[in-house]
Design a protein around this ligand. Structure first.
Ligand code: GDP
Ligand code: K
Ligand code: MG
Length: 293
């Protein structure tokens, strides 16, 4: 049998379950998943290899209207998802009626690329609601094939994956077959720390934070890591650190545990907090953190 390979991009509103699905496909926790919108800022590649196929998946930031420069840059990632894919996975969730952004909606309905519309979170719906929504989306996006799924419970995920393989062109693999992702180790460390911050702090704090891993030394039995948590203001620095350092310590302990599981090695994680005014609006800073296409 001939080899198939290609690029699959997952798009949709924030929090519909894109990262959950990608992780279900890849079988590893590559993309951080939380109940907050805008968790995923970068495009992330997950690679699923089989004997005669290679599926390269991009998880994108959810579709939002840009309100400041970081968001502008995030939307660039989403736009490019329409250009370099062999299959588009357009994900909506039960109860969602339409895509808020009309330009994106037009792109989807006029797409020359095959579109699989994934109606996610059907574990939260009843049969009647499900049938109504399938009907609704079939009328709105006539060019799409519709799959009701539960990314969380794995329902219909395998069927979607099999359909993707059918749609992929014949091609040799694009990446070495033992490679899981194109992102370097530091990226996972940054994202893991950011996930803990999203989980433990309220309101504007997580969105004012960026994490940069400055050192990554892998020794035989231990990996030594030093990462800086960047905030915009002194007050935020105080909140991140907490009373006698207790809040920061909790972030460090939890991140270290996850990273030890991920890398399969002991981790020494040194965390510190630095004030870096207005990093979100500063183009040079954004470029440094890889937000430009
Ligand atoms: P993204 O922003 O589109 O990447 O969404 P995430 O994958 O981060 O998921 C957002 C939230 O929806 C998380 O709390 C997930 O656990 C939850 N979620 C994802 N898929 C499902 C599903 O199939 N059913 C239910 N009930 N929740 C889901
Ligand atoms: K999310
Ligand atoms: Mg996501």
């Amino acid at each position: 049998m001939n080899h198939k390979a290609g690029f699959v991009n997952i798009i949709g509103n924030p929090n519909v379950g894109k990262s959950t699905l990608m992780n279900a496909f890849v079988g590893e926790k590559l993309s951080i998943i939380t109940s907050k919108a805008q968790t995923t800022r970068h495009r992330i590649l997950g690679i699923v290899n089989g004997e005669d196929f290679q599926v390269v998946l991009s998880d994108t930031p959810g579709i939002i209207k840009p309100a400041y420069e970081l968001q502008e840059s995030m939307m660039g990632f989403v736009k490019s998802a329409f250009e370099d894919a062999d299959v588009l996975l357009y994900m909506v969730e039960i109860g969602e009626q339409e895509l808020k952004d009309e330009a994106f909606f037009n792109k989807i309905t006029n797409s020359q690329i095959p579109v699989l519309l994934l109606l996610n979170k059907i574990d939260k719906s009843n049969q009647q609601q499900l049938e109504e929504q399938v009907q609704n989306w079939a009328e709105k996006v006539p060019n799409a094939e519709i799959f009701p799924i539960s990314a969380l419970e794995g329902f219909n995920v395998k069927e979607v994956f099999n359909r993707i393989i059918e749609l992929l062109p014949e091609s040799p693999p694009f990446y070495p077959k033992d490679q899981l992702t194109d992102k370097p180790e530091r990226f996972f460390i940054n994202e893991t720390i950011r996930e803990k911050i999203l989980f433990h702090y309220k309101k504007e704090i997580p969105y004012a934070v960026e994490v940069d891993t400055e050192e990554f030394f892998e020794e035989e039995t231990i990996i030594r890591v030093r990462s800086v948590i960047m905030v915009e203001r002194e007050t935020q620095k105080g909140i991140i650190i907490g009373h006698k350092g207790s809040a920061l310590k909790r972030v460090g302990v939890e991140a270290r545990k996850d990273l030890e599981t991920f890398f399969g090695k002991q981790i020494h994680l040194e965390l510190y907090v630095k004030v870096n005014k207005n990093w979100r609006s500063n183009q040079n800073q954004l470029r440094r953190f890889g937000y430009n296409n």
